[in-house]
Design a protein around this ligand. Structure first.
Ligand code: UDP
Length: 325
């Protein structure tokens, strides 16, 4: 299939493009490089540097490249930032998303895989989380992603736009070529590995008095290659119907456990300091992956936390300055 990947120059997008090509698809990356990196676009993919709000460029890309499906990953995606600046999140995740859907309908492209998030659930009582759990986001990031999911449902009913919404838990790790390079970096694993690599500074532990076994937040870390594989599988479902899937492994690790595992993998000391809770963080998020395994035959192959951290460590040692732009 010919697939337009919005946000394909980002961390997850770069690996999704790589896996799409492995599965025999053609990828066209559409990215404004506000967060992404030109060097993160696989040379086997085409690259259009443009904004989703640029309707002419978007319609032209969909039309001239004969796009059959879109994987929509371009988004703002930081919980803390979203609490500070909700406007940015509704603008980029809902406004630009709407522009994309309308351009797709103009050209007659009616298949979309959407990067959604566990943040749509808020702080559920029951773990692991199944797709039918109540959706009560605790931050504007989750709210904006949920709003777009709901738009998809109505576009499906009215215009037969078929969608697969993938609710990511915590993407982590790296492929051989592509890894995580955010400015500023806010994610746990790259922050931990930076302290290991530089031997200076410390990792802030955002909250040590949550109602969890060791008091720190628990997350379901999923290797970015397993996550990317699910996108190629999700394209197949769009022929027939729309679906929502969780993407995680069903096992959780606390912040303290991640730091300890990173010490073992890197064989370096990693200093930590207690810090206040980060606004909008739920205490525990663990996926039930049963639906995607059953319906799409998703078969994760990189689910061990040490492998995940190891892959990120290898990438960060090979790219001490990230993509160096
Ligand atoms: N976290 C932390 N210190 C950091 C970065 C993250 O304690 O420097 C915690 C954060 O509060 C959350 C977990 O690690 O409980 C995962 O955060 P991350 O930003 O990686 O992903 P999120 O869960 O926000 O998508």
């Amino acid at each position: 299939m010919k697939v337009l990947v919005t946000g394909g120059a980002g961390y997850i997008g770069s690996v999704v493009v790589e896996q799409l090509i492995k599965h025999g698809h053609e990828a066209v990356v559409y990215d404004n490089l506000s967060k992404g990196h030109a060097a993160a676009v696989a040379p086997e993919a085409a690259f259009i540097r443009a904004d989703l709000m640029n309707r002419d460029a978007l319609v032209r890309a969909l039309d001239q490249r004969k796009i059959e499906a879109v994987i929509h990953m371009a988004a703002s995606s930081l919980v803390g930032e979203s609490v500070q600046n909700p406007h940015l999140y509704f603008n980029n995740n809902v406004g630009a998303g709407l522009a994309l859907l309308d351009a797709m309908l103009t050209v007659g492209v009616k298949k979309i895989v959407f990067s959604s998030t566990a943040a749509v659930y808020g702080s559920p009582e029951t773990m692991p989380i199944t797709e039918d759990a109540p959706q009560n986001p605790t931050n504007p990031y989750g709210e904006s992603k949920l709003a777009f999911e709901r738009m998809l449902r109505w576009y499906d009913a009215a215009y037969q736009l078929r969608y697969a919404s993938l609710r990511y838990f915590n993407a982590a790790g790296a492929s051989e070529r592509f890894g995580e390079d955010h400015h500023p970096e806010t994610h746990l694993i790259p922050n931990v590995l930076r302290v290991a690599a530089t031997g200076s500074g410390h990792v802030d532990i955002f909250g040590e008095n949550y109602n969890t076994p060791d008091g720190t937040c628990v997350r379901d870390y999923i290797h970015v290659i397993d996550l990317a594989d699910a996108h190629a599988l999700a394209l197949n479902v769009l022929e027939k119907r729309s679906e929502i899937f969780n993407l995680g492994y069903g096992s959780g690790y606390s912040v303290a456990e991640v730091v300890e595992m990173a010490r073992q993998v890197t064989k370096r000391w990693i200093s930590t300091e207690a810090a206040p809770r980060r606004a909008g963080d739920p205490p525990v998020l663990i996926a039930s992956p049963d639906k995607i395994m059953r319906d799409l035959g998703w078969n994760p192959r990189h689910s061990e936390l040490d492998q995940i951290i190891e892959s990120a460590w290898r990438w960060s040692l090979a790219h001490p300055n990230g993509y160096g732009e």
